[in-house]
Design a protein around this ligand. Sequence first.
Ligand code: ZN
Length: 258
Amino acid sequence: MIYIGVFILGLLVGSFLNVVICRLGTKESIVWGRSHCPHCEKKLSAGELIPVLSYLIQRGKCRHCQKKISIQYLFVEIATALIFILILWTAQMRGGVMADWKLILAIVRDWIFASFLAVIFIYDLKKQLILDRVTVPAMIIALIINLVLGISIFNLLFGALIAFGFFFLQFAISRGKWIGGGDLRFGIMMGLMLGWSSTLVALFLAYVIGAIFSLGLIAGKKEKMDSHIAFGTFLSIGTIIALLFGPQIVNWYLNLSL
Ligand SMILES: [Zn+2]
């Protein structure tokens, strides 16, 4: 029962994230104001704002101008809902008492982190840009909640230093060609979200997934060797997986090497 509730919550949050993604690059207020069709600007009624259902009923088209609505809307809603459920599930797997306020806060924290990461994932995919408007608030929220949860400040700062240092090295070597300032800020955010050990996991995963994907594209001749592939997208995937399974992956690795 709780899973259905969390799924619906995830759909609603995903629907909100779509609005945020659309308005990030514009001067529109991110939170306030009724959504409108990006093509004909017609304001949407409450019936057109229901996650997933509106999209399916209208068959992916605007009711007024009949232009296609991007599949991104559907994808973000469903992906957010699934990630929300996974976060709840892995938190329960780690074994904890649901009545414990720390476990509940940790789950809510991960939902918030996943929401920020989903926005960065899509925005970087579309515009090849990681905005400070997203990473800076995420850094502050991550620091506050993790400190409230009793995670040591040294752990968090060390994580931020590892990711930032690793990116900065590449930034310096390539003179800003491989890595941009947005990636550096992402590194700080990542460390503050995950702490140092899971940050290592996230970095490793991001590079492995990025490399596999790039090789696939090059093999398919869709991408040239030197073309830019949105790095923030892979960093977001790595960070979400580390958020979900970081401690397990670290334990598994430590047992393996003993
Ligand atoms: Zn329209």
